[in-house]
Write a protein that binds this ligand. Structure first.
Ligand code: HEM
Length: 218
């Protein structure tokens, strides 16, 4: 008896990552710092500190995006409308004032995260893992974070530009297009495994930053 071809169809990378990180995701968003920040139990300074920690991470990630270049297999994952560094710089100038570069304090876990992204970002599975974890997260839970920061900490649009994607009018449509690009990457089995493993590491690196932020703010 012959089976329909779809019985053998490989699981698309977007589904591998979504299903494979469900528990890691639940763990990350039940971190004490995140729970207290989102429920309004912290201060605007805690939001500012989280924003500060994101800057080195996105500098490293977006350097890796630029280095992928037009002809690389991963170029389909690089979208100009996702770039977050300029928005982070605007938020930090608003939250800390014009001397923000001297004011912000980068935590050891943040340094470790950014250094790691810089170290591995030239490898497609690793780049994919870090791009997926941050950008799809920003376009998903990030939109909830934005609403909560505005509601609890008296912010309007200034100070939450990081969570606003002015060139992405329909987030769901964009997320589907991003997932489609993930599925077109044409990774072999070892590369898919490496991508999933690195995505778990990306969640762990984010959680380490939340743990250090909790020690300061909770
Ligand atoms: C702050 C608390 C968080 C909330 C409330 C939250 C909420 C959500 C929600 C509702 C989705 C589903 C969106 C959809 O189906 O389209 C989602 C997806 C996602 N989140 Fe979070 N999240 C949070 C934290 C995080 C963190 C800390 C990370 C990692 C750094 C993260 C990474 C992701 C990723 C990668 C996805 C996409 C899953 C996929 O469709 O493949 N989230 N989040």
């Amino acid at each position: 008896m012959s089976l329909p071809a779809e019985e053998f169809a490989p699981v698309p990378l977007s589904a591998v990552l979504r299903q494979g990180t469900r528990d890691a995701h639940a763990g990350a968003n039940s971190e004490r710092f995140i729970e207290e920040l989102l429920s309004g139990g912290l201060t605007r300074a805690a939001h500012a500190d989280l924003t500060a920690q994101l800057l080195p991470v996105y500098e490293a990630l977006e350097e890796a995006s630029a280095a992928l270049g037009d002809d690389h297999r991963g170029a389909g994952l690089v979208f100009a409308e996702l770039a977050r560094v300029p928005a982070l710089e605007r938020d930090l100038a608003f939250l800390y004032g014009p001397g923000w570069r001297e004011e912000i304090r980068i935590l050891p876990a943040t340094r470790a995260y950014a250094d790691h992204v810089r170290e591995v970002g030239g490898s497609l599975p690793h780049y994919t893992a870090h791009s997926y974890t941050r950008y799809l997260g920003d376009l998903s839970g990030g939109q909830i974070v934005k609403r909560m920061m505005k509601e609890h900490y008296g912010l309007d649009e200034e100070g939450v530009a990081f969570y606003t994607f002015p060139d992405i009018p329909k987030v769901k449509v964009f997320k589907d297009a991003y997932r489609h690009q993930l599925d077109l990457l044409d990774l072999d089995d070892d590369e898919v495994a490496a991508t999933l493993a690195e995505t778990h590491l990306a969640f762990t690196l984010n959680r380490a930053v939340f743990t250090e932020l909790a020690a300061v703010h909770c």
